[in-house]
Design a protein around this ligand. Structure first.
Ligand SMILES: CC(C)(COP(=O)(O)OP(=O)(O)OC[C@H]1O[C@@H](n2cnc3c(N)ncnc32)[C@H](O)[C@@H]1OP(=O)(O)O)[C@@H](O)C(=O)NCCC(=O)NCCS
Length: 140
């Protein structure tokens, strides 16, 4: 992800819950422990997916995964997740964590297909709308 990608990412995320602001994205690019990847369709000059996270010692956390609505259910989310899990392995990560809205069946299915399993929950963790979070983990 490059700073000049931010306007396109704001559009990509506009229809998702818990979308990040421009300031939040700019801050994320400065995080020393952060990683930020996009799937870019160069021919269409389009960003199709984004994934941000952090690596702390041998643990990684996925903070955000979004796929553009027009290309969902075509394997793009799986593709960028596979890429990031491999990237984390090369950095010595042994465990990967994430949290998601309890109602987010699409994301939960995607993560379960990639070997993540539920390890806990957080009551009323999200707002707008208020909702519990499910915590998931997988070993790498
Ligand atoms: C969740 C999300 C990232 C999935 O991306 P995607 O590119 O559509 O996912 P894929 O095409 O790789 O699908 C992989 C698996 O996920 C599951 N899945 C994806 N979309 C689904 C849906 N709408 N309903 C149920 N399961 C779904 C399926 O199990 C699918 O496997 P299959 O194709 O064999 O059925 C995408 O819907 C999205 O960006 N949603 C909004 C943001 C979000 O919720 N992010 C995750 C929170 S961290």
């Amino acid at each position: 992800m490059r700073p000049e990608d931010i306007p396109a990412i704001l559009v990509l995320e506009a229809d998702t819950l818990s979308a990040w602001s421009r300031e939040h994205l700019e801050d994320e690019l400065q995080q020393p422990a952060g990683f930020q990847f996009v799937v870019r369709n160069a021919a269409l000059d389009m960003i199709q997916a984004v994934l941000y996270g952090r690596i702390m010692a041998d643990e990684a956390e996925i903070l955000k995964l979004s796929v553009a609505e027009s290309v969902r259910k075509k394997g793009v989310g799986s593709q960028i997740l596979d890429f990031v899990l491999n990237y984390c392995r090369t950095k010595g990560v042994k465990n990967c964590f994430l949290e998601l809205r309890a109602s987010n069946t699409a994301a939960r299915n995607l993560y379960e297909k990639r070997g993540f399993f539920r390890v806990g929950s957080r009551k009323n963790y999200y707002d707008e709308p208020v909702e519990d979070a499910i915590l998931m983990q997988r070993e790498l």
